[in-house]
Design a protein around this ligand. Structure first.
Ligand SMILES: Nc1ncnc2c1ncn2[C@@H]1O[C@H](COP(=O)(O)OP(=O)(O)OP(=O)(O)O)[C@@H](O)[C@H]1O
Length: 624
């Protein structure tokens, strides 16, 4: 095997025998045919019957395909069955002191799952220089034990198996503990969720008794949701753009809140409203929500009040700052009965943060908010081996079928740009004996939850999805992401590409991302080449002409902010103080710059709190 942890199949299947070239799906023009000959390959799949394809898939090591079980769906109550939102959380009783006892059964569910992600062997490849800007210096924390966290939180982190902070966590933890508004940008799969949950929840743990609203004892057998329910008065609101991400953040919050007084709840579209109201009625300190459902609930003051909220966190913030969500976001940030006191802290997180979104974010944040950027906004990392192959439009189905036999079977995520393409490709691969499932926004909530569960557990290791639904997904063991359709401009462009490929190679694992390119994708070809070069991946021959000249720098459209330069100028005219600290901190895990550096590996001396030797590096250079 190469230095990559991505095993290929022993031998690529022989696709030349019994070849029958499938007819073009649409009337391919002569030009397209010529281009296919020039750049792309014709995929000649053996003509097999259904059984033949099934045998081929099994021989390659793919598991049996399992049809979606509609009978089981009905048996479980169809749309009224229990949803992920009803998953068990720690039940706090009044008689506990500050720390509640362990509950081994729940602990096994929360922390012992075989499908929970553990950090991989290539975590050092995430050692990417961090730049920060803020009103005060922040000492990065390298390990959780010395981070000043509540003992219950430290214990929960240990149960999660986290030993060291990731670069983004190293700065978010102390910044939040100091009570600052935060914007953080860091690569996909680098622990941004824990980066906000850990410090926020830890900070609340010490004060929960004082701050939280009274909750009923739901573990009491006499608890009756009809009579005993309370109004939800969350202290923390976390807004995420998709239902699946909401469930995932809820799971991480369930782990972080274990043995604490804080009760997490999740609400999202597709959940029956009575069930949502019942769950909130059990008491809610940490509310994870999709924006539409949250706004609906804000209109029901007997169910939810935002008057106690101390922390509002917007995950996948650049997505949430788009015009489509403007109304909802405005309402969530300052509408209704939202607590607008100065003690309300706002945070935004994402792997991509285009300049326009960064400008918009500023209007919601405190004047002196803390900014953390790991590498460049929208940068991928080198644990993802990106490959771009030319595939003519009418060859894509055969190409993806062929590709699935080139790799050792493993969890594979295939992205298409439209819902009909997802459905058609799922049918096509399923009928060829492959264990597929699919997800998009036209599926009902039960189907969506089932599809994700089947993919997570490996029952259906090939998941076909539209890109939009996949932001933030964190599924252990995803070896391969395939962009069946590249996300050209109208489908989110290069930022969408970064989020999609980021479903593999998370937290120190490695993975492969293969993208099918053809003439329809010319609008992102330059940015794609830039990303390939930045991540030290091969640029294919047909894009070679877009490589920058030897010795010249890659230009990323988005990497400088005029607003920051303006801000610098303004500060210079004013009190001469640039409004705080703006530095390029050292590479994570880099060799200490001098003997005084701590073992944490920051490229500066410990006393300087991890700032790099070139501490005076201006913000503009850091690319804010
Ligand atoms: N310090 C840590 N050590 C080991 N694993 C961690 C650590 N922090 C987080 N993780 C795990 O890393 C995985 C990825 O984290 P997370 O989903 O928060 O990434 P992310 O940066 O939000 O990615 P994306 O931008 O794709 O949403 C999760 O499974 C999480 O449990």
């Amino acid at each position: 095997m190469s230095e990559w942890d991505i095993p290929t199949a022993d031998a690529a299947p022989d696709t030349t025998e019994d070849a029958s070239v499938p007819p073009a799906e649409d009337g391919a023009s002569e030009t397209a045919a010529e281009q296919t000959e020039e750049k792309g390959k014709k995929y000649d799949t053996p003509a097999l019957d259904k059984e033949g394809f099934l045998d081929k898939a099994k021989a390659a090591g793919w598991t049996d395909k399992t049809a979606y079980n509609y009978e089981e769906f009905q048996r479980l109550g169809g749309e009224n069955a229990d949803f992920h939102a009803a998953s068990k959380v720690y039940e706090w009783k009044d008689e506990y002191g500050d720390v509640a006892p362990e509950v081994p059964e729940l602990e096994a569910v929360l922390f012992g799952g075989e499908f929970q992600m553990r950090k991989g062997d290539h975590i050092n490849n995430l050692d990417i220089p961090v730049s920060i800007e803020g009103p005060v210096k922040v000492d990065p924390v390298r390990d959780f034990q010395t981070a000043g966290l509540h003992p219950v939180m430290t214990a929960n982190i240990k149960l999660c198996g986290y030993t060291e902070t990731t670069p983004v966590q190293a700065y978010t933890i102390p910044a939040v503990l100091q009570g600052m508004d935060v914007v953080a940008i860091a690569q996909t799969g680098t622990g941004k969720t824990a980066g906000y949950l850990i410090p926020v929840l830890s900070r609340l743990m010490g004060k929960a008794k004082k701050l939280t609203a009274p909750k009923p004892n739901t573990s009491d057998p006499s608890y009756n949701p009809r009579y005993n329910k309370v109004r939800a008065e969350p202290l923390v609101v976390i807004v995420v753009p998709t239902r699946e991400l909401a469930m995932q953040v809820f799971d991480e919050a369930r782990r972080c809140c274990y043995r604490s007084m804080l009760r997490p709840c999740v609400v999202y579209g597709g959940l029956p409203m009575p069930m949502t109201i019942d769950e909130l009625g059990k008491g809610c300190d940490i509310l994870i929500a999709t924006p539409g459902r949250l706004c609906d609930l804000m209109d029901k003051p007997q169910v939810l009040t935002m008057s106690r909220v101390k922390y509002t966190i917007i995950d996948e913030a650049d997505e949430m700052l788009q015009a489509d969500w403007e109304e909802e976001l405005r309402k969530i940030m300052s509408g209704g009965d939202t607590n607008e006191d100065a003690d309300h802290i706002y945070m935004m997180f994402s792997a991509t943060f285009p300049k326009g979104a960064r400008e918009m974010a500023r209007q919601y944040m405190a004047k002196d908010y803390f900014r953390i950027k790991v590498g460049r906004a929208g940068q991928a990392h080198t644990n993802i081996r990106q490959s771009v192959v030319y595939v003519d439009q009418n060859q894509k189905r055969e190409a993806v079928f062929d590709l699935l036999f080139q790799m050792e079977p493993g969890r594979t995520l295939i992205f298409c740009n439209s819902k009909p393409t997802v459905d058609l490709l799922d049918d096509f691969l399923y009928n060829r004996g492959l264990p597929t499932t699919s997800i998009h926004s036209d599926r009902n909530q039960r189907e969506r939850e089932d599809a994700i569960r089947a993919f997570r557990t490996g029952k259906a290791p090939i998941l076909i999805a539209t890109g939009v639904s996949a932001r933030g997904w964190d599924v252990a063991g995803v070896k391969h992401v395939i962009n069946y359709d590249l996300p050209s401009g109208m489908y989110g462009g290069i930022n969408e590409y970064i989020h999609r490929i980021g479903r593999t190679a998370r937290i120190g694992h490695q993975g492969l991302a293969t993208s099918f390119f053809n003439d329809r994708n010319e609008d992102i070809q330059q940015e794609l080449v830039n990303v390939l070069i930045e991540c030290e991946c091969e640029v294919p021959d047909f894009l070679e002409h877009l490589k920058p000249e030897e010795g010249s720098k890659i230009e990323f459209d988005d990497d400088t902010d005029e607003e920051v330069e303006e801000e610098d100028g303004a500060a210079a005219d004013g009190d001469g103080d640039a409004g705080g600290i703006a530095v390029a901190a050292g590479a994570w895990g880099a060799a200490p710059a001098d003997e005084g550096a701590d073992a944490g590996g920051f490229a500066a001396d410990a006393g300087a709190g991890g700032f790099a030797a070139d501490e005076a590096a201006p913000v503009a250079a850091a690319g804010w």
